[in-house]
Ligand binder design. Sequence first.
Ligand code: FMN
Length: 184
Amino acid sequence: MKKSLILAMMALVMASCSAKDPKVLVTYFSASGTTKSLSQDLAAATGADLFEIEGAQPYTAEDVNLGNREARAFKEMADKSFRPELKESPKNLKSYDVVYIGFPIWGDAAPNIIYTFIEKNDLKGKTVIIFSTSGSSNLTNSFNKLKEQYPDLNLVEGTTLKRNPTPEARQAVIDKLKAAIPAK
Ligand SMILES: Cc1cc2nc3c(=O)[nH]c(=O)nc-3n(C[C@H](O)[C@H](O)[C@H](O)COP(=O)(O)O)c2cc1C
C-alpha cells in the first residue's frame, strides 16, 4: 500500500515535469490595423510571440480602398492563384507547437498573402488556429477554403471579430481563441 502510494506520487511528479506548456506564435496580416490590434491582445493573453505577415510590397490605404474596384486587393481577390511575395518569414518557426494565423476577410476568403504564408512556411505537425476580423462575415467560408487547399495541415477554425464590437464581444473572441490551444 505504502509502496504503491510512493509510486503514484513519483508518477505524478514525473508527469508534471514533462507536461510543458505549448510554445505559441501569433502571426497575422493586417492592412488597416484591426487584425493587428486583436493579434497584439491575443498574444498578450496567451503569452505568445507575435509575427506580422507583410507584403514585400506593403499594402497602402489605396490598395484596400473599397470604393475602387481597380484597387490592389480586388485584383488579388480576382486571381485566386496569385501569391503576393512576403517581406520575410518568421525565424525559428520549428520551435512552435501552435501557430495562430489571423487576417481580415476579403471577399469571404483569406487574402492571397495568407496562402503565400502557408505555402512558404512549414506548418506540418503544428496546430494552426485560424482567426479573422471582418465587417460582418463569419469565418467559416474562409476557413473551409483554406482547409480544402491544405488538407494535410491541422487547421483549427477559430472565430472572427466583427466590426464595432462591444468590449465584451471582443473579450469573448480572445477567450475563444485562447481556449482553442490544445493541452500538450
Ligand atoms: C478588399 C476588401 C474586401 C473585404 N471583404 C469583406 C468580406 O467579404 N466580408 C466582410 O465581412 N468584410 C470584408 N471586408 C472588411 C474587412 O474584413 C474588415 O474591415 C477587417 O477588419 C479589416 O482588417 P484590417 O484592419 O486588419 O485590415 C473587406 C475589406 C476589404 C478591404
